[in-house]
Design a protein around this ligand. Sequence first.
Ligand code: AMP
Length: 396
Amino acid sequence: MKTLHDFSFENKRALIRVDFNVPLDSNKKVTDATRIEAALPTINYVLDNGGSVVLMSHLGRPKGGFDASFSLEHIVYKLEELIGKKVEFGGDCIGANAIEITKNLAAGSVVLLDNLRFYEEEKKGEIKFADKLAGHGDIYVNDAFGTAHRAHASTAVIANNFIGSSCFGLLMQKELESVRKVMLSPSKPFTAIIGGAKVSSKISIIQNLMEKLDNLIIGGGMSYTFVKAMGGEVGNSLIEEDYVKEAKAILDSAEAKGVRILIPEDSVIADAFSNDANKKTVPSSEIPTGWMGLDIGETAITHYAKCIEVSKTILWNGPMGVFEMDNFQDGTKKIAYSVVAATERGAYSLVGGGDSVAAINKYELKEHVSYVSTGGGALLELIEGKELPGVAAIEK
Ligand code: AMP
Protein backbone atom coordinates (compact mmCIF):
# COMPACT_ATOMS: atom_id res chain seq x y z
CA MET A 1 0.00 0.00 0.00
CA LYS A 2 1.51 3.36 -1.04
CA THR A 3 1.27 5.76 1.89
CA LEU A 4 2.53 9.19 2.96
CA HIS A 5 5.59 7.51 4.46
CA ASP A 6 6.82 6.56 0.97
CA PHE A 7 7.41 10.20 -0.03
CA SER A 8 9.45 13.22 0.97
CA PHE A 9 7.21 16.29 1.09
CA GLU A 10 10.09 18.76 1.50
CA ASN A 11 9.14 21.79 -0.64
CA LYS A 12 6.50 19.73 -2.42
CA ARG A 13 2.84 20.64 -2.94
CA ALA A 14 0.55 17.84 -1.77
CA LEU A 15 -2.76 17.93 -3.65
CA ILE A 16 -5.06 16.18 -1.20
CA ARG A 17 -8.58 14.94 -2.06
CA VAL A 18 -10.44 15.16 1.23
CA ASP A 19 -14.07 14.60 2.17
CA PHE A 20 -15.20 17.92 3.62
CA ASN A 21 -18.84 17.23 2.83
CA VAL A 22 -19.91 18.46 6.25
CA PRO A 23 -23.38 19.52 7.44
CA LEU A 24 -24.00 23.31 7.63
CA ASP A 25 -26.76 25.11 9.51
CA SER A 26 -28.90 27.95 8.13
CA ASN A 27 -26.13 30.44 8.97
CA LYS A 28 -23.65 28.26 7.04
CA LYS A 29 -21.79 27.24 10.18
CA VAL A 30 -20.38 23.72 10.42
CA THR A 31 -22.58 21.64 12.75
CA ASP A 32 -20.41 18.48 12.76
CA ALA A 33 -16.69 18.75 11.96
CA THR A 34 -15.93 15.01 12.21
CA ARG A 35 -14.96 14.75 8.54
CA ILE A 36 -12.60 17.72 8.75
CA GLU A 37 -11.03 16.33 11.92
CA ALA A 38 -10.53 12.97 10.18
CA ALA A 39 -8.31 14.66 7.55
CA LEU A 40 -6.11 16.52 10.04
CA PRO A 41 -3.45 13.80 10.56
CA THR A 42 -2.71 13.79 6.80
CA ILE A 43 -2.66 17.59 6.52
CA ASN A 44 -0.39 17.91 9.57
CA TYR A 45 1.92 15.15 8.34
CA VAL A 46 2.61 17.02 5.09
CA LEU A 47 3.09 20.36 6.88
CA ASP A 48 5.36 18.82 9.53
CA ASN A 49 7.49 17.32 6.77
CA GLY A 50 8.23 20.55 4.94
CA GLY A 51 5.44 20.50 2.35
CA SER A 52 2.49 22.68 1.42
CA VAL A 53 -1.11 21.53 1.13
CA VAL A 54 -3.79 22.09 -1.51
CA LEU A 55 -7.15 20.68 -0.42
CA MET A 56 -9.99 19.73 -2.76
CA SER A 57 -13.43 18.38 -1.89
CA HIS A 58 -17.09 18.32 -2.80
CA LEU A 59 -19.85 19.76 -0.62
CA GLY A 60 -23.49 18.77 -0.95
CA ARG A 61 -25.23 18.44 -4.28
CA PRO A 62 -25.07 21.69 -6.25
CA LYS A 63 -27.33 21.52 -9.31
CA GLY A 64 -24.70 22.63 -11.85
CA GLY A 65 -22.50 25.71 -11.86
CA PHE A 66 -21.49 27.93 -8.96
CA ASP A 67 -23.96 28.21 -6.09
CA ALA A 68 -22.79 30.26 -3.09
CA SER A 69 -24.74 28.14 -0.63
CA PHE A 70 -22.53 25.15 -1.51
CA SER A 71 -19.23 27.05 -1.44
CA LEU A 72 -16.42 25.55 0.62
CA GLU A 73 -15.55 29.10 1.66
CA HIS A 74 -18.08 28.53 4.50
CA ILE A 75 -15.77 26.03 6.16
CA VAL A 76 -12.51 28.02 5.99
CA TYR A 77 -13.04 29.38 9.54
CA LYS A 78 -13.48 25.85 10.94
CA LEU A 79 -10.45 24.52 9.09
CA GLU A 80 -8.30 27.40 10.38
CA GLU A 81 -9.53 26.73 13.91
CA LEU A 82 -8.66 23.04 13.67
CA ILE A 83 -5.29 23.34 11.89
CA GLY A 84 -4.34 26.39 13.95
CA LYS A 85 -3.06 28.41 11.00
CA LYS A 86 -4.21 30.58 8.12
CA VAL A 87 -5.98 28.84 5.24
CA GLU A 88 -6.07 30.62 1.91
CA PHE A 89 -9.27 30.14 -0.05
CA GLY A 90 -8.38 29.49 -3.69
CA GLY A 91 -11.89 30.10 -5.01
CA ASP A 92 -12.98 28.17 -8.07
CA CYS A 93 -11.09 24.85 -8.23
CA ILE A 94 -9.71 25.28 -11.75
CA GLY A 95 -9.89 29.08 -12.13
CA ALA A 96 -6.97 31.39 -12.96
CA ASN A 97 -6.88 32.70 -9.39
CA ALA A 98 -6.54 29.24 -7.89
CA ILE A 99 -3.81 28.32 -10.39
CA GLU A 100 -1.90 31.51 -9.58
CA ILE A 101 -2.13 30.84 -5.83
CA THR A 102 -0.96 27.24 -5.96
CA LYS A 103 1.80 27.81 -8.55
CA ASN A 104 4.45 28.99 -6.11
CA LEU A 105 3.33 27.80 -2.71
CA ALA A 106 5.66 28.34 0.22
CA ALA A 107 6.26 25.36 2.50
CA GLY A 108 3.74 25.38 5.34
CA SER A 109 0.94 27.01 3.28
CA VAL A 110 -2.58 25.59 3.17
CA VAL A 111 -4.98 26.35 0.32
CA LEU A 112 -8.61 25.21 0.04
CA LEU A 113 -10.13 25.06 -3.46
CA ASP A 114 -13.85 25.49 -4.04
CA ASN A 115 -16.45 22.76 -4.50
CA LEU A 116 -15.42 20.28 -7.21
CA ARG A 117 -19.05 19.56 -7.99
CA PHE A 118 -19.62 23.05 -9.38
CA TYR A 119 -18.33 21.28 -12.51
CA GLU A 120 -20.28 18.35 -13.90
CA GLU A 121 -16.95 17.13 -15.31
CA GLU A 122 -16.06 16.02 -11.76
CA LYS A 123 -18.74 13.34 -11.51
CA LYS A 124 -18.33 12.43 -15.18
CA GLY A 125 -14.66 11.75 -14.53
CA GLU A 126 -13.51 13.92 -17.44
CA ILE A 127 -9.81 13.67 -18.18
CA LYS A 128 -9.35 17.36 -19.17
CA PHE A 129 -10.87 18.49 -15.88
CA ALA A 130 -8.62 16.07 -13.97
CA ASP A 131 -5.62 17.43 -15.91
CA LYS A 132 -6.44 20.97 -14.78
CA LEU A 133 -6.82 19.91 -11.14
CA ALA A 134 -3.52 18.03 -11.35
CA GLY A 135 -1.71 21.34 -11.99
CA HIS A 136 -2.19 22.24 -8.32
CA GLY A 137 0.16 19.64 -6.88
CA ASP A 138 3.39 17.65 -7.14
CA ILE A 139 2.12 14.64 -5.17
CA TYR A 140 -1.49 13.45 -5.22
CA VAL A 141 -2.89 12.14 -1.94
CA ASN A 142 -6.33 10.53 -1.71
CA ASP A 143 -7.73 10.75 1.80
CA ALA A 144 -11.44 10.80 0.91
CA PHE A 145 -12.59 7.33 1.89
CA GLY A 146 -16.25 8.40 1.79
CA THR A 147 -16.04 8.91 -2.00
CA ALA A 148 -13.52 6.17 -2.85
CA HIS A 149 -16.32 4.12 -4.46
CA ARG A 150 -16.87 6.84 -7.07
CA ALA A 151 -14.86 7.00 -10.31
CA HIS A 152 -14.81 10.80 -10.31
CA ALA A 153 -12.14 13.10 -11.76
CA SER A 154 -10.66 14.03 -8.36
CA THR A 155 -10.97 10.59 -6.74
CA ALA A 156 -9.71 8.28 -9.47
CA VAL A 157 -9.04 9.74 -12.95
CA ILE A 158 -6.54 12.31 -11.64
CA ALA A 159 -4.20 9.55 -10.42
CA ASN A 160 -3.10 9.03 -14.06
CA ASN A 161 -1.37 12.41 -13.83
CA PHE A 162 0.67 11.23 -10.87
CA ILE A 163 2.15 7.89 -11.85
CA GLY A 164 4.72 7.10 -9.17
CA SER A 165 3.72 10.15 -7.14
CA SER A 166 0.34 9.27 -5.67
CA CYS A 167 -0.57 7.67 -2.37
CA PHE A 168 -3.23 7.18 0.27
CA GLY A 169 -3.65 9.61 3.13
CA LEU A 170 -3.57 8.40 6.73
CA LEU A 171 -7.37 8.12 7.02
CA MET A 172 -7.63 6.04 3.83
CA GLN A 173 -4.75 3.91 5.02
CA LYS A 174 -6.47 3.19 8.36
CA GLU A 175 -9.80 2.43 6.69
CA LEU A 176 -8.25 0.04 4.18
CA GLU A 177 -6.07 -1.67 6.76
CA SER A 178 -9.01 -2.25 9.08
CA VAL A 179 -11.31 -3.67 6.43
CA ARG A 180 -8.52 -5.83 4.98
CA LYS A 181 -7.71 -7.16 8.42
CA VAL A 182 -11.30 -8.30 8.77
CA MET A 183 -11.90 -9.53 5.24
CA LEU A 184 -8.52 -11.04 4.34
CA SER A 185 -7.05 -12.41 7.54
CA PRO A 186 -9.67 -12.58 10.29
CA SER A 187 -8.72 -14.30 13.53
CA LYS A 188 -11.29 -17.00 14.22
CA PRO A 189 -14.05 -17.21 15.27
CA PHE A 190 -15.20 -14.48 12.88
CA THR A 191 -18.68 -13.12 13.56
CA ALA A 192 -20.66 -10.63 11.47
CA ILE A 193 -23.58 -8.82 13.05
CA ILE A 194 -25.85 -7.58 10.28
CA GLY A 195 -28.95 -5.58 11.10
CA GLY A 196 -30.89 -2.57 9.90
CA ALA A 197 -34.10 -2.21 8.00
CA LYS A 198 -33.78 -4.14 4.78
CA VAL A 199 -32.39 -7.44 3.54
CA SER A 200 -32.26 -6.04 0.01
CA SER A 201 -29.50 -3.56 0.90
CA LYS A 202 -27.44 -6.18 2.76
CA ILE A 203 -27.79 -9.24 0.56
CA SER A 204 -24.52 -8.83 -1.38
CA ILE A 205 -22.63 -8.24 1.85
CA ILE A 206 -24.03 -11.40 3.40
CA GLN A 207 -23.31 -13.44 0.28
CA ASN A 208 -19.69 -12.27 0.16
CA LEU A 209 -19.17 -12.79 3.90
CA MET A 210 -20.59 -16.30 3.81
CA GLU A 211 -17.26 -17.62 2.46
CA LYS A 212 -15.35 -16.30 5.46
CA LEU A 213 -17.61 -16.36 8.51
CA ASP A 214 -18.04 -18.67 11.45
CA ASN A 215 -21.16 -16.91 12.76
CA LEU A 216 -23.73 -14.67 11.13
CA ILE A 217 -25.97 -12.76 13.52
CA ILE A 218 -29.10 -11.24 12.00
CA GLY A 219 -31.08 -8.47 13.69
CA GLY A 220 -33.28 -5.46 12.96
CA GLY A 221 -36.18 -5.25 10.53
CA MET A 222 -34.48 -7.62 8.10
CA SER A 223 -34.86 -10.48 10.61
CA TYR A 224 -38.54 -10.86 9.74
CA THR A 225 -37.86 -11.72 6.11
CA PHE A 226 -35.72 -14.58 7.46
CA VAL A 227 -38.38 -15.59 10.02
CA LYS A 228 -40.93 -15.67 7.19
CA ALA A 229 -38.55 -17.75 5.06
CA MET A 230 -38.51 -20.28 7.92
CA GLY A 231 -42.33 -20.40 7.92
CA GLY A 232 -43.00 -18.04 10.84
CA GLU A 233 -45.85 -15.55 11.30
CA VAL A 234 -44.47 -12.02 11.47
CA GLY A 235 -47.66 -9.94 11.78
CA ASN A 236 -47.11 -6.37 10.58
CA SER A 237 -43.32 -6.46 10.90
CA LEU A 238 -41.17 -5.00 8.15
CA ILE A 239 -40.97 -7.60 5.42
CA GLU A 240 -39.62 -7.77 1.88
CA GLU A 241 -41.70 -10.39 0.09
CA ASP A 242 -39.38 -10.28 -2.93
CA TYR A 243 -36.47 -11.36 -0.75
CA VAL A 244 -38.02 -14.27 1.13
CA LYS A 245 -36.50 -16.63 -1.46
CA GLU A 246 -33.06 -15.01 -1.09
CA ALA A 247 -33.32 -15.27 2.69
CA LYS A 248 -34.10 -18.98 2.34
CA ALA A 249 -31.11 -19.38 0.00
CA ILE A 250 -28.87 -17.73 2.60
CA LEU A 251 -30.15 -20.08 5.30
CA ASP A 252 -29.44 -23.09 3.04
CA SER A 253 -26.03 -21.80 2.05
CA ALA A 254 -25.11 -21.21 5.70
CA GLU A 255 -25.97 -24.80 6.46
CA ALA A 256 -23.96 -26.08 3.50
CA LYS A 257 -20.92 -23.98 4.40
CA GLY A 258 -21.03 -24.69 8.14
CA VAL A 259 -21.75 -21.05 9.04
CA ARG A 260 -23.81 -20.75 12.22
CA ILE A 261 -26.66 -18.35 11.50
CA LEU A 262 -28.49 -16.72 14.40
CA ILE A 263 -32.00 -15.36 13.82
CA PRO A 264 -33.71 -13.72 16.85
CA GLU A 265 -35.80 -16.37 18.68
CA ASP A 266 -37.86 -13.65 20.32
CA SER A 267 -38.77 -10.05 19.57
CA VAL A 268 -40.08 -7.02 21.37
CA ILE A 269 -43.25 -6.25 19.44
CA ALA A 270 -45.34 -3.08 19.34
CA ASP A 271 -48.91 -2.28 18.25
CA ALA A 272 -47.71 0.87 16.42
CA PHE A 273 -44.44 2.26 15.02
CA SER A 274 -44.04 4.58 17.99
CA ASN A 275 -42.00 4.85 21.15
CA ASP A 276 -45.27 5.07 23.12
CA ALA A 277 -46.86 1.99 21.58
CA ASN A 278 -47.94 -0.96 23.75
CA LYS A 279 -45.20 -3.55 23.76
CA LYS A 280 -44.55 -7.16 24.76
CA THR A 281 -42.03 -9.92 24.05
CA VAL A 282 -43.07 -12.97 21.99
CA PRO A 283 -41.37 -15.64 19.87
CA SER A 284 -40.36 -14.00 16.57
CA SER A 285 -42.33 -16.61 14.61
CA GLU A 286 -45.60 -15.90 16.46
CA ILE A 287 -46.18 -12.18 15.94
CA PRO A 288 -49.94 -11.46 15.81
CA THR A 289 -51.57 -9.35 13.10
CA GLY A 290 -51.53 -5.69 14.10
CA TRP A 291 -48.19 -6.05 15.90
CA MET A 292 -44.65 -5.54 14.58
CA GLY A 293 -41.20 -6.56 15.77
CA LEU A 294 -39.18 -3.45 16.66
CA ASP A 295 -36.33 -5.02 18.65
CA ILE A 296 -34.76 -8.39 19.38
CA GLY A 297 -35.94 -10.01 22.64
CA GLU A 298 -34.07 -10.98 25.83
CA THR A 299 -33.45 -14.59 24.78
CA ALA A 300 -31.96 -13.48 21.46
CA ILE A 301 -29.82 -10.89 23.24
CA THR A 302 -28.44 -13.54 25.60
CA HIS A 303 -27.56 -15.94 22.75
CA TYR A 304 -26.09 -13.18 20.59
CA ALA A 305 -23.98 -11.83 23.46
CA LYS A 306 -22.57 -15.31 24.18
CA CYS A 307 -21.58 -15.74 20.54
CA ILE A 308 -20.06 -12.25 20.25
CA GLU A 309 -18.09 -12.44 23.46
CA VAL A 310 -16.06 -15.49 22.36
CA SER A 311 -15.41 -14.11 18.85
CA LYS A 312 -11.96 -12.92 17.81
CA THR A 313 -13.04 -10.83 14.81
CA ILE A 314 -16.30 -8.88 14.72
CA LEU A 315 -17.86 -6.88 11.92
CA TRP A 316 -20.97 -4.92 12.87
CA ASN A 317 -23.24 -3.26 10.34
CA GLY A 318 -26.80 -2.22 11.16
CA PRO A 319 -28.78 -1.88 14.42
CA MET A 320 -30.71 -4.72 16.08
CA GLY A 321 -33.92 -2.71 16.32
CA VAL A 322 -35.39 0.78 16.11
CA PHE A 323 -32.74 2.05 18.52
CA GLU A 324 -33.70 5.68 17.86
CA MET A 325 -36.78 4.98 20.05
CA ASP A 326 -35.66 4.46 23.65
CA ASN A 327 -38.25 1.73 24.28
CA PHE A 328 -36.81 -0.37 21.45
CA GLN A 329 -33.08 0.23 21.87
CA ASP A 330 -32.25 -2.56 24.32
CA GLY A 331 -31.05 -5.07 21.72
CA THR A 332 -28.79 -2.60 19.94
CA LYS A 333 -27.41 -1.21 23.19
CA LYS A 334 -26.65 -4.60 24.74
CA ILE A 335 -25.08 -5.89 21.53
CA ALA A 336 -22.91 -2.75 21.44
CA TYR A 337 -21.71 -3.53 24.97
CA SER A 338 -21.02 -7.17 23.97
CA VAL A 339 -18.85 -5.95 21.09
CA VAL A 340 -16.99 -3.74 23.57
CA ALA A 341 -16.55 -6.68 25.99
CA ALA A 342 -15.15 -8.86 23.20
CA THR A 343 -12.79 -6.06 22.17
CA GLU A 344 -11.55 -5.76 25.75
CA ARG A 345 -10.77 -9.49 25.61
CA GLY A 346 -8.61 -8.98 22.53
CA ALA A 347 -11.03 -9.30 19.61
CA TYR A 348 -10.71 -6.97 16.61
CA SER A 349 -14.00 -5.11 16.08
CA LEU A 350 -14.90 -3.04 13.05
CA VAL A 351 -18.12 -1.05 13.18
CA GLY A 352 -19.24 0.59 9.99
CA GLY A 353 -21.93 1.67 7.64
CA GLY A 354 -24.55 4.17 8.67
CA ASP A 355 -26.74 3.45 11.65
CA SER A 356 -24.50 1.12 13.64
CA VAL A 357 -22.06 4.05 13.77
CA ALA A 358 -24.91 6.29 15.01
CA ALA A 359 -25.67 3.64 17.67
CA ILE A 360 -22.04 3.41 18.84
CA ASN A 361 -21.99 7.19 19.09
CA LYS A 362 -25.33 7.27 20.96
CA TYR A 363 -23.85 5.01 23.66
CA GLU A 364 -20.49 6.85 23.56
CA LEU A 365 -18.56 3.65 22.85
CA LYS A 366 -16.51 4.83 19.89
CA GLU A 367 -13.25 4.66 21.83
CA HIS A 368 -14.03 1.14 23.06
CA VAL A 369 -14.16 -0.73 19.75
CA SER A 370 -11.17 -1.33 17.47
CA TYR A 371 -12.27 0.87 14.58
CA VAL A 372 -15.33 2.86 13.53
CA SER A 373 -15.35 3.42 9.78
CA THR A 374 -16.07 6.88 8.37
CA GLY A 375 -17.28 5.53 5.04
CA GLY A 376 -20.87 4.40 4.43
CA GLY A 377 -21.21 3.29 0.81
CA ALA A 378 -17.47 2.86 0.31
CA LEU A 379 -17.18 0.48 3.27
CA LEU A 380 -20.21 -1.53 2.19
CA GLU A 381 -18.78 -1.95 -1.32
CA LEU A 382 -15.48 -3.17 0.12
CA ILE A 383 -17.33 -5.73 2.26
CA GLU A 384 -19.29 -6.77 -0.81
CA GLY A 385 -15.91 -7.62 -2.33
CA LYS A 386 -15.91 -4.83 -4.92
CA GLU A 387 -12.83 -2.95 -6.04
CA LEU A 388 -13.13 0.78 -5.29
CA PRO A 389 -12.09 3.09 -8.17
CA GLY A 390 -10.36 5.50 -5.75
CA VAL A 391 -8.29 2.66 -4.34
CA ALA A 392 -7.55 0.91 -7.63
CA ALA A 393 -6.36 4.18 -9.22
CA ILE A 394 -3.54 4.46 -6.69
CA GLU A 395 -2.70 0.78 -6.46
CA LYS A 396 -2.44 0.09 -10.18
P1 AMP B 1 -30.09 0.37 7.57
O1 AMP B 1 -29.87 1.76 7.03
O2 AMP B 1 -30.62 -0.60 6.56
O3 AMP B 1 -28.92 -0.14 8.34
O4 AMP B 1 -31.31 0.51 8.59
C1 AMP B 1 -31.25 1.29 9.75
C2 AMP B 1 -32.64 1.59 10.21
O5 AMP B 1 -33.33 0.38 10.41
C3 AMP B 1 -32.70 2.33 11.50
O6 AMP B 1 -33.23 3.61 11.29
C4 AMP B 1 -33.62 1.51 12.38
O7 AMP B 1 -34.59 2.26 13.08
C5 AMP B 1 -34.33 0.62 11.38
N1 AMP B 1 -34.81 -0.62 11.99
C6 AMP B 1 -34.10 -1.46 12.75
N2 AMP B 1 -34.86 -2.47 13.19
C7 AMP B 1 -36.09 -2.25 12.69
C8 AMP B 1 -37.33 -2.96 12.79
N3 AMP B 1 -37.43 -4.09 13.51
N4 AMP B 1 -38.40 -2.47 12.13
C9 AMP B 1 -38.29 -1.34 11.42
N5 AMP B 1 -37.15 -0.63 11.27
C10 AMP B 1 -36.06 -1.08 11.90
